[in-house]
Design a protein around this ligand. Structure first.
Ligand SMILES: Nc1ncnc2c1ncn2[C@@H]1O[C@H](COP(=O)(O)OP(=O)(O)OP(=O)(O)O)[C@@H](O)[C@H]1O
Ligand SMILES: [Mg+2]
Length: 174
C-alpha cells in the first residue's frame, strides 16, 4: 500500500521537485482495515510533505514495529516545520498553519479527516516538528499479524473473485 501511495503521489512530488523514498529499514506488516481510507491518510501525508518542502529536498517514509502490537508509519520532511502553537490546531477541521493558509487549493481538512479514519482503526496520528528543521508525521495502527514474508501476498490463498467487504479488507502496508 505504501509503495502504491508513493507511486500515486509521484506526479505531485515531481512537480514540487522533491524525492520520496521508502526507508530500507522498513518492515512489511499487516493491518486489518479500510484500504482506501488508510491510503487516503498516507496520500495526504505524502502530499503535505511535498507541498511544504523546499525544492531539491527529500522525504523519507518508514514502516516500523513500534512494539509487538503496533505498526508505525512515518513521513519525514526537511521543510519549514510547524510551531508548537500551530501543531495544536492541525488536526482540527480547517486547521492550518501559516504555510498552509498561503497555499492555493489547501482546505485544511486533510489531517482532520485522516484523524477520523485512523481513530476508526483504533490508531493514533500525530506529528513532531521543529521550525526550520522539518516535520515527522506518524500513524500508529494495531498489527493484525506479527510479520509476513516480504514476497507473500495477504490474499494469496483467497479466491480472487470472492466478495470482500471493505470493512475487513486486509491492507498490506509495505
Ligand atoms: N509536512 C508539513 N510541513 C509543514 N506544515 C504542514 C505539514 N503538513 C501539514 N502542515 C500544516 O498543517 C495544515 C493542515 O494540513 P491538512 O492536510 O489538514 O490540510 P491542507 O494540506 O492545508 O489541505 P488539504 O489536505 O485539504 O488539501 C497545513 O495547511 C499546513 O499548514
Ligand atoms: Mg493536506
Amino acid at each position: 500500500m505504501i509503495v502504491s501511495c508513493i507511486k500515486q503521489n509521484k506526479y505531485f512530488s515531481d512537480t514540487c521537485q522533491v524525492t520520496v523514498a521508502l526507508s530500507e529499514k522498513s518492515v512489511p506488516l499487516l493491518i486489518s482495515g479500510d484500504y482506501i481510507g488508510l491510503s487516503r491518510v498516507v496520500m495526504n501525508l505524502l502530499h503535505n510533505a511535498a507541498k511544504f518542502s523546499r525544492p531539491g529536498s527529500s522525504i523519507e517514509v518508514a514502516i516500523n514495529k513500534l512494539d509487538l502490537a503496533t505498526a508505525e508509519i512515518t513521513v519525514t520532511d526537511s521543510g519549514e516545520g510547524i510551531s508548537n502553537a500551530d501543531q495544536k490546531k492541525l488536526f482540527q477541521r480547517y486547521g492550518q498553519a501559516e504555510a498552509g493558509k498561503r497555499k492555493a487549493n489547501s482546505t485544511g481538512l486533510g489531517l482532520y479527516l485522516s484523524r477520523q479514519i485512523v481513530q476508526g482503526h483504533q490508531g493514533q496520528i500525530g506529528c513532531k516538528s521543529e521550525v526550520g528543521i522539518g516535520s515527522t508525521f506518524f500513524v500508529r495502527l494495531p498489527i493484525t499479524q506479527p510479520e509476513i514474508n516480504a514476497d507473500s501476498n495477504a490474499d494469496s490463498s483467497a479466491d480472487p473473485h470472492a466478495e470482500k467487504p471493505n470493512a475487513c479488507r486486509i491492507a498490506r502496508i509495505a
